[in-house]
Design a protein around this ligand. Structure first.
Ligand code: HEM
Ligand SMILES: *[C@@H]1O[C@H](CO)[C@@H](O)[C@H](O)[C@H]1NC(C)=O
Ligand SMILES: *[C@@H]1O[C@H](CO)[C@@H](O)[C@H](O)[C@H]1NC(C)=O
Length: 327
């Protein structure tokens, strides 16, 4: 009775295969300059454009959740293919994040041509930038190949939206192997970066029949946001810091803010309201070491989602195009 040991062995090796085949030393022989080149490109870009870290982190998240961490989001659309990048959910991803990957790739192609994948550059650059702006260091396992396809329609339902209920968001992340604790830690990424006014306008204008402003929002903060966003319908570039207290630093201030009604997005404030997420938000607000440990583990897990290895992918020559023109 029961499953055969051989079957168990096969299932086990399937489930750990991508983990096992990615290694921290993947480019040690084939491109020993890999880490230094990516780090220098990241530092230079972040120094010139401080919004790069948040933009790159969100780009990485959106790439990994849709068909895996395979650089499919870096590909440009063509006459015959609308790529992931042009899906509505990805329209606001900042050009500077894409530009960083393009620059790092250009230097790597001169140093070690045809060796380093765009998806590995994105994974490594994201880690370097998190560390650079004050966040935790974690090891990045390497050896991803780049996707052979990128379709805008693949994005549908794969990324969380603010219209989803918490239960729908839990289910989405659970389907990718994340616990609620890991989900709460990952959203802590909102400790850096921006959100456009339209993403939180419903909290400051016309919130309900009885109140213009969401009652869970700090009134002074709401006043400031109303002023900032006054013209958001005509000027859609207006945006606010996700973490109003320490906007450029990766720390646990995001969770502390929630306790003072300083969460910007509905999803942020919900972390403190929902009984399933609240204990974790409280824990991370009280202890940054705790947050960093869970965040590191969670983003490492994110960075291994559906990675392509062997002939499942290619080493792209340019990150914005497949090596072979697709028809
Ligand atoms: C789970 C529910 C989540 C929702 C509903 C959500 C939603 C959003 C929205 C609406 C924005 C503003 C985008 C804009 O206006 O340009 C944003 C920004 C951002 N999100 Fe999330 N997010 C979620 C989780 C995550 C996770 C898990 C990560 C990272 C692992 C992340 C990383 C970021 C970053 C870094 C920014 C700032 C981007 C920038 O400054 O360019 N988010 N998010
Ligand atoms: C507020 O909502 C009401 C009812 O939905 C609508 O009639 C009104 O035009 C809205 N006002 C603004 C300023 O959006
Ligand atoms: C904070 O969390 C870390 C990691 O879980 C733990 O080792 C440490 O004891 C905690 N510190 C406090 C003050 O609770």
């Amino acid at each position: 009775m029961g499953s055969s040991p051989l079957l168990i062995l096969i299932v086990l090796s399937l489930s750990v295969s991508s983990y096992a085949r990615l290694t921290t030393t993947y480019y040690a022989k084939s491109c020993p300059q890999f880490a230094q080149i990516v780090r220098e490109a990241a530092v230079n870009k972040q120094t010139a454009t401080p919004t790069t870290a948040a933009g790159t982190l969100r780009l990485f998240f959106h790439d990994c959740m849709v068909t895996g961490c395979d650089g499919s989001l870096l590909v440009a659309s063509s006459a015959t293919n609308k790529a992931e990048r042009d899906a509505d959910m990805n329209i606001n991803l900042p050009g500077d994040a894409f530009d960083l990957i393009t620059r790092a790739k250009a230097i790597l192609e001169l140093t070690c041509p045809g060796v380093v994948s765009c998806s590995d550059i994105l994974a490594q650059a994201t880690r370097d930038l998190i560390k650079l702006v004050g966040g935790p260091f974690y090891e990045v396992r390497l050896g991803r190949k780049d996707a052979l396809f990128s379709k805008a329609t693949d994005v549908d339902g794969k990324l969380p939206t603010q219209e989803m209920t918490m239960e729908q968001i839990f289910a989405l992340f659970a389907s990718r192997g994340f616990s609620i604790e890991e989900l709460v830690a990952l959203i802590g990424s909102h400790t850096i970066g921006f959100s456009h006014c339209k993403e939180f306008a419903n909290r400051i204008y016309n919130n309900s029949l009885t109140s213009d402003v969401d009652p869970t929002l700090n009134p002074e903060f709401a006043k400031g946001l109303k002023k900032l966003c006054a013209n958001y319908r005509t000027d859609n570039s207006m945006a606010a810091f996700n973490d109003v207290v320490t906007p450029g630093t990766f720390d646990n201030m995001y969770y502390q803010n929630l306790k003072r009604g300083l969460g910007l997005l509905t999803i942020d404030q919900k972390l403190l309201i929902d009984p399933k997420t609240r204990p974790f938000a409280e824990r991370f607000a009280a202890n940054q070491t705790d947050f960093f440990q869970v965040f590191s583990r969670s983003i490492e897990k994110l960075s291994r989602l559906d990675v392509k290895i062997g002939n499942k992918g290619e080493i792209r020559h340019r990150c914005d195009a497949f090596n072979t023109k697709q028809i």
